[in-house]
Design a protein around this ligand. Sequence first.
Ligand code: HEM
Ligand SMILES: [Cu+2]
Length: 644
Amino acid sequence: MANGTTTTIPHDSGHDAEHDKPQRSFFRLVQRPQQGCHPVIDWLTTVDHKKIGIMYGAFALLFLLVGGVEALMIRAQLFLPENDFVTARLYNQLFTMHGTTMIFLAVMPLNAAFFNYMMILQIGARDVAFPRLNAFSLWSFVAGAVLINLSWFWEAFHGGWFGYAPLSTKDYNPGMGADFWILSLQILGVASLAASFNFITTILNMRAPGLKMMRMPVFTWMTLITSFLIILAFPAITIALVELMFDRHFGTHFFDATFGGKPILWQHLFWIFGHPEVYILILPAMGIVSEVLPTFSRKPLFGYPLIVMSGAFIGFLGFAVWSHHMFTVGLGVVATTAFSLMTMLIAIPTGVKIFNWIGTLWGGKIHFTTPMLYSLGFIWMFMMGGFTGIMHSSVPVDHQQQDSYFVVAHFHYVLIGGALFALFSGIYYWMPKMSGKLMNETWGKISFWIMFFGFNLAFFPMHLLGMAGMPRRTHTYLGDMGWNEWNMWSTAGAMILGVGIGSAVVQVVYTWAKGKKCGMDPWDARTLEWATANPPKDYNFARIPEINARDQVWANKYGKPEEKSGPGEPEPHGIHMPDRSWYPMSASFGLFMVGLGMVFHKQNFLGWDHTLEMVYIGGGILLLSIYLWALEGPRGYHVHPEED
Ligand code: HEM
Ligand SMILES: [Cu+2]
């Protein structure tokens, strides 16, 4: 919508002396980019949650393709028995990098893309609580992602995505692959933690007037719960990685049994992070599905409080089940039984959600749009993955399945059939919001069916292979094991899945460039992100909406008179917009240099053999950036829009 008489008054004087004072020259080491700066500079220095969200999404899709190519190379190798498409060592690097990439560089940042873009709009805010910290999260994610992928040019890690010690210690993994992996994960952890504190602060403090907690959209709820999971789970892996680094380089023996260390300590620390991590991946997906299903069933979400509470309960229980990854370690009968029971318990809140989703569909006027197909696909395939999950919560059953292809089938049903399908549902659903353009429905449905068919062909046979004894992480197998046929089908399915995902990504890019423009509320939807322009202006809402109902946009269209509401009063002094800043990105760059220098410590980096200096320089850049960032303040300018 046009902005008619908007006046932009940079450094409007008056009510807010703090950011309107001329900035002292010392803090202008580099000039802050202003309105109308070059687009490249604008994107590099932006503090706008929407641009940050788009960049998270773009990088995540890129890494989804990278992780996908790695997966297809794995499957190509397993197409035939005794194949030599890749060496055993490369195979190990491929599955390690594939798992790490998909989890940390594809699914988590795709979630972050929607947290950033949609959650803020859903609560009727103008941005996150700490916009520059948000930019720092983005660029630190990029730093970690680049660092770990650089390892391909030296040595990629080959110790599996959970990096079990002592296999990841210097004795068994002397090269620098493990160091790349350790330091990248640390940087990615910084990014996730900073983002989570930001989202929690934002959700708790910056909701539109009247938006009580129990009126928040479910996706916002899941953002909140996921953020808490991240800040509670990541410290465990941070500690594990520090200890591993110390074992590798500074002579400690945390995991070295010959000196009284405990390899099992790694497993505990890793999985007390690792199990909550799987909920960090799936809860946002459940949030997306809880938005899409009611919109296309033309009904409110069935059992909203139950869906919210079961999400919280899943998050809570997620911290009490980590040892189900260690049933075969031999922890003793009591511990094993307790963890088995706790694991079975998680099926209850999960089942509650599924029944509520079915309740939402029940009696609804269902519109089979592309986002709806992905969400319906999610329910079915996530349920399949859930059932096999319940199977290995039983200890004797797990003894058969652990480390077999049955497990690979299980977690891909929840991660692809679950998380990834829900994320594609979100992409098709929210694309009009982010780009102002609609994805093509016909092509969307074609991609959905290719993905759906390819996925099930690739992964269903893995259940059978696992039960027939095929171990995971095996780079080849003999021809007389009875595994040949299913492996061929599985590889064919993976290629089809690859075509499906690739075609969907092409559609995203195409829509962004050339898609058909659409109006403000193309889906006749329910929540607040649809109450403003597509795409929204920098300030999101010219006037912050007032909230009288759970699904305010729906209530405004179809609700009772007392539920309706409009935008509130305009701000008397205009809307304050913070300035762009270079420091978040330069701080992340410093962090990247520290990581790179530490990986190459005592080694030569492209002819530079004083890599410890790189650590000092990077650390200096990091600290200086944080210092200047703290002193420059948000500053900014004011806008006086009349319409969204
Ligand atoms: C694009 C289609 C995908 C295909 C064809 C695929 C295929 C595979 C295969 C065959 C393995 C087992 C390798 C082995 O044990 O030897 C594997 C492992 C794994 N995959 Fe995928 N995958 C895909 C997508 C994903 C996604 C989206 C995620 C996560 C969100 C994911 C996470 C993992 C993890 C964590 C492992 C375990 C790695 C390890 O053992 O260290 N995959 N994948
Ligand atoms: Cu688990």
